[in-house]
Ligand binder design. Structure first.
Ligand code: GUN
Length: 278
């Protein structure tokens, strides 16, 4: 087994991004909107701000109260859509119950949608002509490339069908000519399917869900999970102890997918800024 060191790769790419920003002499701006007090979201947002600062991206986090109405949030987004100083706008998910997530994601200018969640950007991806791509699957593709994982013709299995990870992941793998199976919580005989995977991407949000008996020896295993087990210990969707014994490559949690997600967000912010400043 070999570890996929997402942290190290993230640092390497972030250094390159910082160089690119410095050389351009122009400062990209990333506006992050956080609504409410979800503790995980607060950590994610803080990490994004920290990475932005390191790279030379100007970032600001707008922290709105839990009671913010949909109308107020829409008005806020509208203001920043028009403001040329901000090249990327990101609304941290999940949102409080009174706010319709779809309506919010559709309100963000597709040019500034660095998360790639706007239906136009999702459509571009599914048409095979992506502009901005959700950062978690984008980061996973970078890791597979960096570690020389062959994708063409391979069987890839993705567990989880979210718009943020599972669906775009399946499409990115398909675009590299993998044969992709997208599984989810209602899939029958899941282990029979995952056992055939050359590349297995797990994004279901259940601690240590994938065990060794579900994995083909020599498979490449990518763990998107970020859970706390019953002892409060941070762990992924994959039972690392047993699966790492038979995988050829595997991502750890933490230090795998997470740092790459943030890095790809920064990359897309820089690219969006460069398009807008042309
Ligand atoms: N919540 C969980 N993952 C993400 C993400 O990638 N972007 C945003 N905006 N919210 C999230």
């Amino acid at each position: 087994m070999k570890l996929i060191d997402g942290k190290a790769l993230a640092v390497k790419i972030q250094d390159k991004l910082a160089e690119k920003v410095a050389k351009s002499g122009k400062t990209p701006g990333l506006l992050v909107i956080l609504v409410g007090d979800d503790s995980a979201s607060q950590v994610y947002v803080r990490n994004k701000a920290r990475a932005a600062e390191k790279i030379g991206i100007r970032s600001e986090t707008l922290h709105l109260p839990d009671t913010t109405s949909e109308k107020e949030l829409l008005a806020c987004i509208e203001t920043y859509n028009r403001d040329k100083n901000w090249h990327g706008i990101l609304v941290q998910l999940p949102l409080p119950k009174q706010i319709n997530e779809e309506r919010i994601l559709e309100a963000i200018s597709p040019d500034k949608d660095v998360d790639g969640f706007h239906p136009l950007n999702m459509g571009r991806l599914w048409a095979g002509n992506p502009l901005m791509v959700p950062s978690t699957p984008a980061g996973i593709m970078e890791m597979l490339h960096e570690y020389g994982v062959e994708i063409e013709g391979k069987r890839a299995v993705v567990i989880g069908r979210s718009n943020i990870v599972g669906k775009p992941m399946a499409q990115l793998l398909m675009m590299k000519n993998a044969t992709v199976t997208l599984c989810h919580s209602r899939t029958h005989h899941l282990a029979d399917i995952t056992k055939k995977a050359d590349i297995l991407v797990v994004a279901i949000g259940q601690a240590r869900f994938v065990t060794a008996d579900m994995v083909k020896p020599g498979a490449v295993v990518i763990d998107v999970g970020m859970n706390r087990d019953s002892n409060g210990k941070l762990c992924g969707d994959v039972d690392f102890a047993s699966v790492s014994e038979l995988a050829s490559l595997i991502t750890p949690v933490p230090g795998g997918v997470g740092p790459m997600t943030i890095t790809m967000l920064m990359k897309q912010t820089i690219e969006a800024a460069q398009r807008q400043m042309k």
